[in-house]
Ligand binder design. Structure first.
Ligand code: NDP
Length: 434
C-alpha cells in the first residue's frame, strides 16, 4: 500500500481539524440563522447570543427532522442512480501517484440537466414545492452536518479494511488519516466513485438546486423575482453549468487527483458547499434588492466574462496536456517545459508544463477570475450587510492557501523543472503583485 503523504504539518492538521470540527458546524447554523431569521445582520445575531447565551444558541440549532432526512435521502439516491445509470463517455483520469489510471463515466452534464428539469417539473406540476426545502433548510443543514461526519467515519473504516486501489494508505496517525483521508479513489463496487458523488453530484449539484430553490422561494413569497436575485441565480447557474460541462476536466484537478477522500474534502463538499457557497442567494430571498436593468446587466456581463476566463484557463491547460503540447495557445505554438518526475513505485514519467497563455501570466492566474466571479454574483446584494460577502472572503483565503499547497506539491514532484517554471513565470496568482 502506498504510504499517505501528509499535506500540512501534523500541528497544522490538528489545528485545522479541530477548528473544522468545532467551528464550522456552528458557523453553518449561525450563517443560516442570520440569513433567514436575523435579516442577514451579524449584529442582530450577536445581540441575540449576548442576551440568551449558550442556551439561546442551542435553541436556534434545528434538530435534524424526518422530513430533512427524507429530502436528503431522496436527493442523494436520485443523484447516485443518475451517476450509475445515465450513459456517458469513458474517460481516463490522470496517472495517480501509485501509477494507476482511474476510469470514469462522464455523465455529469446529463445528470445536471435531468436534475434541474426534474426539480423544476416537480414544482411546475405541483408534485413538490421547492419552498419546502427552503423552509426546512436549517434542519437539512443540521442533518448534513451529522450525516456527513458519519459518512467520513465510514470512509476511514473502508480505507483501512477494504481500499479500492493501491492509491491508499495510512500516515500512521488516526487523526490525520481521518482528516486528510486514506484513499484517493474510493469506490463502491467497480463503478461507483465516491469522490465524484460527494464533490460533484451531491455538492456541486446542490449548489444549482439550492440557487433555483431560493429564486422560487422569492417568487412564491413576493409574486415576482427581483433583478438582483435573477443576476445571482443566473451567474451561479452559469458557473455550475460550466462545472458540469467541464466535469471530466475536474477529475484531473487537485481535489480529485491529489486530495484523498477524508473529512477535509468530503465533509466540505457535503456540508460547506450547499450552505456557504449558496449563501449570497440565501440572503437575497428576504432582501429583494432592485438594481435596475442597466446595473443588473453590467454585473451579469462582468460575471459571465469572469466565469468564461476561468473556464478558458482550465480548458487551455487541459487541451495542452491532452494534445501533448501540439495545440495553439492564444494563436501561437505554446511555450513549455518538459518536467520529469518519479512515481511512488519508482517509475520515471514526464509531464508538460505550459508557460504561455493564461499559464504564462502567473502560476495560478485562474483563481483571479474565480474570485471575481464570486464577487459579481454577491454584489447584487449591495453593501447593507457584509455577511453575504463571506463566501468571497473564504474563497480568497482558500485559493491563496491552495496555490501555496499546489506550488509546494509541484516543487517536490518536479524539483529543478518547477524551479525553472517559477523563474519563467515568477508570480503565484496576481501578475506583477503576488
Ligand atoms: P488545477 O488542478 O487546475 O491546476 C493545478 C495542477 O495543474 C497542478 O497540480 C499540476 O498538476 C498542473 N499544473 C500546474 N501548472 C501547470 C502548467 N503550467 N501547465 C500544465 N499543468 C500545470 O488547479 P485547481 O484544482 O486548484 O483548480 C481547478 C479549477 O477549480 C479552477 O477553475 C479553480 O478556480 C476551481 N476551484 C474552485 C474552488 C471553489 O471552491 N470554488 C476551489 C478550488 C478550485 P500535475 O501534477 O498534473 O502537473
Amino acid at each position: 500500500m502506498a504510504e499517505a503523504k501528509t499535506v500540512h504539518s501534523p500541528l497544522l492538521t490538528y489545528v485545522s481539524m479541530l477548528s473544522l470540527l468545532t467551528l464550522c458546524p456552528p458557523f453553518v447554523i449561525l450563517l443560516w440563522y442570520t440569513m433567514v431569521h436575523a435579516d442577514g445582520s451579524i449584529s442582530q445575531t450577536c445581540d441575540y447570543l449576548k442576551q440568551h447565551g449558550l442556551q439561546g444558541f442551542i435553541n436556534i440549532w434545528p434538530r435534524p427532522t424526518a422530513i430533512a432526512w427524507k429530502i436528503i435521502a431522496c436527493y442523494a439516491a436520485f443523484e447516485a442512480v443518475l451517476q450509475l445509470f445515465l450513459p456517458g463517455k469513458r474517460v481516463e483520469g490522470p496517472i495517480s501517484p501509485a501509477g494507476n489510471r482511474p476510469v470514469y463515466k462522464a455523465n455529469g452534464l446529463q445528470s445536471y440537466a435531468v436534475t434541474l428539469i426534474t426539480y423544476l417539473s416537480l414544482w411546475w406540476f405541483g408534485v413538490f414545492n421547492p419552498t419546502i426545502v427552503y423552509d426546512h433548510l436549517g434542519e437539512i443543514f443540521s442533518a448534513l452536518i451529522f450525516g456527513s461526519f458519519i459518512f467520513c467515519v465510514f470512509l476511514y473504516i473502508k480505507g483501512h479494511l477494504a481500499p479500492s486501489s493501491t492509491d491508499s494508505g495510512s500516515s500512521g496517525n488516526i487523526i490525520i488519516d481521518f482528516y486528510w483521508g486514506m484513499e484517493l479513489y474510493p469506490r463502491i463496487g467497480k463503478n461507483f466513485d465516491i469522490k465524484v458523488f460527494t464533490n460533484c453530484r451531491f455538492g456541486m449539484m446542490s449548489w444549482a438546486v439550492l440557487a433555483v430553490t431560493y429564486c422560487i422561494k422569492q417568487y412564491e413569497e413576493n409574486g415576482r423575482v427581483a433583478d438582483s436575485m435573477l443576476v445571482n441565480t443566473t451567474l451561479m447557474l452559469v458557473y455550475v453549468t460550466k462545472f458540469f460541462w467541464w466535469e471530466a476536466g475536474y477529475w484531473s484537478t487537485m481535489d480529485i487527483a491529489h486530495d484523498r477522500a477524508g473529512f477535509y474534502i468530503c465533509w466540505g463538499c457535503l456540508v460547506w458547499v450547499p450552505s456557504v457557497y449558496t449563501s449570497p442567494g440565501m440572503y437575497l430571498v428576504n432582501h429583494p434588492v432592485n438594481l435596475g436593468t442597466q446595473l443588473a446587466l453590467y454585473i451579469l456581463v462582468a460575471g459571465i466574462l469572469c466565469i468564461y476566463i476561468n473556464y478558458d484557463c482550465d480548458r487551455q491547460r487541459q487541451e495542452f496536456r491532452r494534445t501533448n503540447g501540439k495545440c495553439f495557445v492564444w494563436g501561437k505554438a505554446p511555450s513549455k517545459i518538459t518536467a520529469s518526475y518519479t512515481t511512488t513505485s519508482g517509475e520515471t514519467k514526464s509531464s508538460l508544463l505550459l508557460t504561455s497563455g493564461w499559464w504564462g501570466l502567473s502560476r495560478h492566474f485562474h483563481y483571479v477570475p474565480e474570485i471575481l466571479a464570486a464577487f459579481f454574483w454577491t454584489v447584487p446584494a449591495l453593501f447593507n450587510h457584509c455577511l453575504p460577502y463571506f463566501y468571497v472572503v473564504f474563497l480568497t483565503i482558500l485559493l491563496f492557501d491552495r496555490a501555496k499547497r499546489d506550488d509546494d506539491r509541484c516543487r517536490s514532484k518536479y524539483g529543478k523543472y518547477w524551479k525553472s517554471y517559477c523563474e519563467k513565470v515568477p508570480y503565484r496568482i496576481i501578475p506583477g503583485i503576488y
